[in-house]
Design a protein around this ligand. Structure first.
Ligand SMILES: Nc1ncnc2c1ncn2[C@@H]1O[C@H](COP(=O)(O)OP(=O)(O)OP(=O)(O)O)[C@@H](O)[C@H]1O
Ligand SMILES: [Mg+2]
Length: 411
């Protein structure tokens, strides 16, 4: 995979910018708030079909402009692809204020989801620490995003599940408002229980399978970083099994986790039955809260170092290492799946890693990997990252090739 050219029009703080990227390492250098992350975000949108940081599409359009456009020319398995993502402010109903038009090689595609699997990237950001410190959604999104990269059809399964939960919640709300479930309501709920459990079990099964593949890799990286002092383990937590939440929102009892390898062989049909049973057990609570409380949309992953919960007991440095180990495992797994290396985006993280960790990351990156690195300074970089790199200066929404940073490094 290789991004050849990126053209931005009224995107974030860019008026117009068109830049050619090189093979190997591209270092985007600039002060804070100049547009480095915005540039990577544009590539991420073409790769993922969505921004991982914008709350809404309107945020992507330059303030006071009516429309925005990203165009990325990239090479995938030797074929050149031009993908564009255009946004226009609109007051038409059902557009949520912005209309999208997405094209691949000039042909309009109906959904941003169809972009997935074409430009494959792995990114490392400072905010990845949320993988450990953030809420369960960060961990679910991490595992789900890797699954989508490996198997783009997984996002259809996720979307069907989301719709099924939403329908089921509507029915729970209706029953709550009526104060009683009619026979018809009960029959309908049974249908939704079964459908939600069936899709939910398929999601859980795929997550467990991936986790089982990622963990030995992450464990190996953690051992390497810590000089064999830290054993990394992780469990998949079925939040459905937790005991009731207390009035003040705290959970009375910690949810139980299971090692992925221990239940990987459990037939999917058994998992479906478990979910249906849990839904029945929590029927009254679900109606009272008008919410589906059991299923993969509530699950979590719990990490531990030498058997102790990593969120509660690990030091800041250990937490950073653990997140790096997980991301390296992701990079390794994604690379295994492709015939060519994915694009690697490193937003601000390199300067934060010590030389040992930078070396470890470098040893995982295949020589032909195209890498985009953002930074405010190159001091503290391992020389290999900057040797032969292509430098781009980012300033107030403009991006231009420069040799300045290279000369700073040499002096
Ligand atoms: N829709 C928008 N219109 C205009 N400006 C925007 C828009 N969205 C974001 N910006 C601005 O873009 C600027 C650059 O943001 P970006 O996150 O790319 O900075 P950065 O170079 O990565 O900085 P840092 O080194 O601090 O991470 C910010 O000042 C932000 O206010
Ligand atoms: Mg930034």
């Amino acid at each position: 995979m290789r991004v050849k050219k990126v053209t931005l029009t009224n995107f974030r703080n860019y008026d117009y910018a068109s830049v050619d990227l090189q093979d190997g390492r591209n270092v985007l250098i600039g002060e804070n708030a100049q547009g480095k992350t915005n540039f990577l975000e544009a590539i991420e949108i073409i790769a993922l079909g969505r921004s991982t940081r914008a709350q809404q599409d309107a945020d992507l359009i330059k303030a006071e402009a009516d429309s925005a456009r990203i165009e990325v020319v990239f090479e995938s398995n030797g074929a050149e692809v031009t993908a564009s993502f255009a946004l226009a402010r609109s007051d038409k109903p059902r557009t949520k204020g912005v209309e999208r038009q997405i094209k691949i090689n000039g042909l309009t595609i109906g959904s941003a989801r169809s972009l997935r699997g074409r430009l494959v990237m792995v990114s490392f950001k400072s905010s990845d620490l949320n993988l450990l410190r953030g809420g369960p959604k960060f961990r679910r999104d991490w595992i789900d995003d890797i699954l989508i990269t490996l198997r783009p059809t997984y996002q259809e399964t996720l979307s069907k599940y989301g719709k099924s939960v939403a329908q089921r919640n509507r029915l729970l709300k209706q029953i709550f408002e009526k104060g009683k479930a009619s026979v018809e309501d009960q029959n309908q709920l049974k249908v939704w229980d079964e459908q939600t459990a069936r899709i939910g079990a398929a999601i859980i099964k795929q997550r467990l399978y991936l986790l089982n593949e990622l963990l030995p890799k992450a464990e190996r990286h953690q051992q390497h970083i810590s000089g064999k002092r830290e054993l990394l383990t992780a469990e998949y937590v079925f939040r459905a099994q937790e005991s009731r939440d207390t009035e003040d929102g705290n959970t009375a009892e910690q949810p139980r986790g299971v090692a992925a390898k221990d239940i990987i062989d459990q037939p999917e049909a058994e998992l479906v039955q478990t979910l249906i049973r849990l839904m029945k057990e929590r029927r009254y609570e679900e109606i009272a809260r008008k919410q589906t409380l059991c299923g993969p949309h509530r699950d979590d992953i719990k990490f531990a170092l030498n058997g102790a919960d990593a969120v509660e007991f690990a030091s800041q440095g250990q937490q950073r290492s653990l997140v790096l180990a997980c991301k390296l495992a992701e990079l390794e797994r994604v690379q295994e799946n492709l015939c060519e290396p994915p694009i690697l985006l490193l937003d601000d993280v390199l300067a934060e890693l010590d030389l040992n960790r930078q070396g470890l990351l470098m040893s995982q990156v295949q020589t032909e990997t195209q890498t985009l690195i953002t930074t405010t300074h190159v001091t503290g970089f391992k020389p290999e990252w900057v040797a032969g790199a292509h430098f781009l200066a980012v300033k107030e929404g403009s991006i231009e090739p420069t040799s300045e940073a290279a000369s700073i490094q040499l002096t």
